[in-house]
Design a protein around this ligand. Structure first.
Ligand code: AMP
Ligand code: MG
Length: 415
């Protein structure tokens, strides 16, 4: 049986490098940028004030600064400029311009004094006021942000490969990019198989269970940055499965749950084969999740669709997703291939492993202390999703009969 590493290796060899598409900016969040982006403007586009206050000429404060003036500096206010307006008059000796944050600095001014360091004195005529300054320590350039100090026209501000977060959306808007070339989100179809399954809104009759894998895998795909497509529930009948799987193969990835073990109605591998999906592997040496099936469809390699047949037990399905599907989705979204990252933590209690498979055990990782510690949860097996909701990681144990003492260092994988 394949080890987890061998299985990951085989999946990696079938993940194609994605083609870029152009989308409106609002649709690019979370995606990888597929082009270098240069600015079409300087930012700021003019020398601007970074405070609300008065634009002044520092030379008008020179005498006061040397202690040669008896009175505080008073200047006549020429005009008022708010953000979005342009100055109408150059600043001349003995004058100040009332200026708001973001507004352009008038010609002749070389500093801005915060409004908090001033007071209005008197009105002269209809509009002109005199402003009194309670400081004479004026440094040329103070409170002025010079043109193009943030971005120059033509400068590349984002490189291909950048992940687009809210900040990148803002920057792309600033540099005039309402549309952008990205690696598209993989489209992931989810089909839950099983005669026993009913929709979550129904009360299961005798022998039935609610379909928890469907909503869970759709959410997991979304959390991995993919676009999920819900194919609902497929009954354990060849014709019904064939029709739904055919729909699923239209997408980048098809996630099936159930029907891949050795049961009488485990029809999934057979139907996939009939539809020309080539089996890459079936069964991995992992607990939970052994029956996992992986194959590829399409005449060419790289394939059109990656098909994961995840085991029906919900925890097995989830572990299979975290171990094998999430890395594949990241690679399809334009990230370099990476197996699930692990960190080392100290085991909180003794533990004994049995059997010949690697075990991924639901646990709680605590990183608040000097060294990370991991506490195994009272897990009731592959059907026990409730305990998984308390887990934030899977503790990883190598195959074999091994006694781990409390305090042993083991790898853990965050979930
Ligand atoms: P299977 O792999 O189809 O044999 O299913 C294994 C176990 O998982 C059985 O107990 C199923 O009832 C259960 N199961 C299968 N599919 C789902 C599902 N979508 N949601 C919850 N449990 C499931
Ligand atoms: Mg089944």
């Amino acid at each position: 049986m394949l080890t987890v590493d061998e299985a990951l290796h085989r999946i990696a060899s079938h993940v194609r490098s994605p083609a870029a598409v152009r989308v409106p900016l609002a649709d690019a969040l979370g995606c990888r940028l597929a082009e270098d982006v240069a600015s079409d403007i300087d930012s700021p586009s003019h020398d601007k004030s970074v405070v609300d206050g008065y634009a002044v000429r520092s030379v008008d404060f020179a005498r006061a600064a040397r202690g040669e003036a008896a009175e505080p500096v008073e200047l006549a206010v020429l005009e008022e400029i708010t953000a979005g307006q342009m100055p109408r008059q150059p600043l001349t000796s003995g004058h100040a311009t009332r200026i708001m944050t973001g507004a352009p600095i008038p010609d002749g001014a070389d500093a801005v004094v915060m409004v908090e360091q001033t007071s209005h004195a008197e009105e002269i005529g209809a509009s002109m006021v005199v402003v009194t300054f309670h400081t004479d320590q004026i440094t040329p350039g103070q409170n002025i942000k010079r043109r193009a100090t943030s971005i120059r026209t033509g400068q590349v501000v984002l490189r291909a490969g950048a992940t687009i977060r809210a900040a990148e959306i803002g920057l792309l808007a600033e540099v005039g990019r309402p549309g952008v070339s990205i690696v598209p989100r993989p489209r992931v179809a989810v089909l839950s198989t099983g005669n026993e399954l009913v929709a979550p809104e129904l009360l299961p009759a005798a022998g039935q269970i609610r379909n928890s894998n469907g909503p869970m895998l759709l959410a997991a795909a979304r959390s991995a940055g993919a676009t999920p497509i819900d194919l609902g529930i497929g009954r354990d009948e060849v014709d019904a499965l064939r029709r739904l799987i055919e729909q699923g193969l239209e997408h980048d990835v098809l996630l099936l749950s159930g029907g891949v073990s050795a049961g009488k109605l485990d029809l999934v591998p057979g139907v996939l084969q009939e539809l020309g999906v080539r089996e890459v592997f079936h069964k991995v040496s992992v607990k939970p999740g052994k029956p996992l099936w992986f194959g590829v469809s399409g005449a060419s390699d790289p394939p059109d669709c990656l098909v994961f047949g995840l085991p029906g037990n919900p925890v097995s399905s989830l572990v299979g997703f975290e171990l094998f599907v999430r890395p594949a989705l990241a690679a399809l979204a334009g990230h370099a291939w990476q197996p699930p990252p692990t960190i080392t933590a100290e085991l909180g209690q003794a533990f004994v492993t049995h059997g010949n498979r690697s075990t991924y055990y639901p646990a709680r990782l605590d990183e608040s202390g000097e060294r990370p510690t991991v506490e195994l949860l009272a897990w009731q097996g592959s059907g026990d999703l409730r305990t998984i909701t308390e887990a934030n990681c899977l503790a990883i144990f190598a195959p074999g009969e091994t006694e781990y003492a409390a305090g042993a260092s083991i790898p853990v994988m965050r979930i």
